[in-house]
Design a protein around this ligand. Structure first.
Ligand code: PRP
Length: 213
């Protein structure tokens, strides 16, 4: 049995065409079922639905053989024991710094002020500001980062930006782009050895669908 860990929503939807290229069709719609294990048209392949941030954990410990996860999640989790053969070029967005409209971020950075930064992406934010030589107090949040500058919890946030609509709707502006994000295929290294052939077939089909050799 080959188990693929996916999260519901954008990653799931954008993975379907790649699965199709590998001859795999998921038999249930995750938005319509309460099931967490979904069968596919291939009796030896199943999909498990997990939270986006849990995908690397499932694959690392062998709860799933393969998974698809955003680079943001992968960096925060760490990639020990994970083989990363492909950038799937899906669920593209970026990690950026944003502040309240009218907040002079450049001046705050120039003056060497200690910035309070709220984020779910603590590792990414820590490394980014350390490289810039900016002192920050990081405040870990689990969602709705946009609220932090509006309520005085933080001076800035580090968050995912896609269309920019969420920032705009909350009167925030993007002041620095930290990195571009896309989803990656991750594979359990032991599974790659034990189930080499079926896993390779999936990696190769994905790679071909993406136009990569
Ligand atoms: C992300 C991010 C922003 C939003 C940005 O949230 O945290 O809130 O998308 O997208 P936009 O630039 O197109 O408006 P997501 O929906 O992934 O859920 P999350 O809040 O759980 O991270």
């Amino acid at each position: 049995m080959i188990t693929l860990a996916l999260s519901k929503g954008r990653i799931f939807d954008e993975t379907l065409p790649l699965l199709k290229a590998a001859g795999i069709e998921v038999l249930d719609d995750p938005e319509k079922t309460r099931k967490l294990i979904l069968a596919t048209n291939q009796p030896e392949v199943r999909v498990v639905l997990v939270r986006a941030t849990d995908v690397p954990t499932y694959v690392q410990y062998g709860g799933a053989d393969l998974g698809i996860t955003g680079l943001d999640t992968l960096i925060e989790h760490g990639s020990d024991g994970l083989y990363q053969p492909l950038d799937l070029q899906i669920a593209k967005c970026r990690v950026s710094v944003a502040v309240r409209e009218g907040y002079d971020y450049a001046a705050a950075v120039r003056q060497g002020a200690r910035l309070r930064v709220a984020t779910k992406y603590v590792a990414i934010a820590r490394e980014f500001f350390a490289a810039k030589g900016v002192h920050v107090d990081l405040i870990k949040l689990y969602g709705s980062m946009e609220l932090a500058p509006l309520t005085g919890l933080a001076d800035a946030i580090v968050d995912l930006v896609s269309t920019g609509n969420t920032l705009k709707a909350n009167h925030l502006v993007e002041v620095e782009r930290i990195m571009d994000i896309s989803s990656r295929l991750v594979v359990n290294q032991a599974a790659l050895k034990l189930k080499r052939e079926p896993i390779r077939r999936i990696i190769d089909a994905f790679g071909q669908a993406l136009g990569q050799p």
